[in-house]
Design a protein around this ligand. Sequence first.
Ligand code: BEZ
Length: 210
Amino acid sequence: MAIRLGDIAPDFTADTTQGTIGFHEWKTDSWAVLFSHPKDFTPVCTTELGYTAKLKDEFANRNVKVIGLSVDSVESHHKWESDIEETQGTAVNFPMIGDPDRNVANLYDMIHPNANDTMTVRSVFVIDPSNKVRLTITYPASTGRNFDEILRVIDSLQLTDKFRVATPVNWKSGDDVIIVPAVTNDAAKDLFPGGWDEKKPYLRLVKQPK
Ligand code: BEZ
């Protein structure tokens, strides 16, 4: 069955390029990005993994652990890693799950047979410290993902977990945010003493809280 927002991310044990990992134990109280790519030694995937490795500090600053997956073996991943380092200029610095038996791919519904019955699609799951799924994205094999967008959504999730705000279209960290409609103006006076810009009673913009 498809995994939906708010579900507990299924736990699994899998072989990875960094040894055997029990998923929930590995992530413990961090956020996690679990993502699949269709196949090793393919061009788009090579660029995605290299770029994700470059974002190591960005993920660490947000308390996020990253883990990749394809239905290739750990041995194949290891061989491919040197190509990624050579062509993308950064060594892969996160574990990659080898899933030739498709145990994890099936658990997370990462194979979409009407698109391709042997390869995983480009799935992304963002999972919070309590193991809840907070974002799912699915891209086709031919389109590389935007990992800056994944960071942007994590920024929004972490902000909106803390404050009674939501983030508007194309928001990025530092931009104004929206006071959620459930907050009355009376309550908003306490929560946002610096005031807000009321475009409509339901559209109130406020500086991003710290
Ligand atoms: C790629 O990563 O380049 C790719 C993988 C599978 C199908 C098409 C492209």
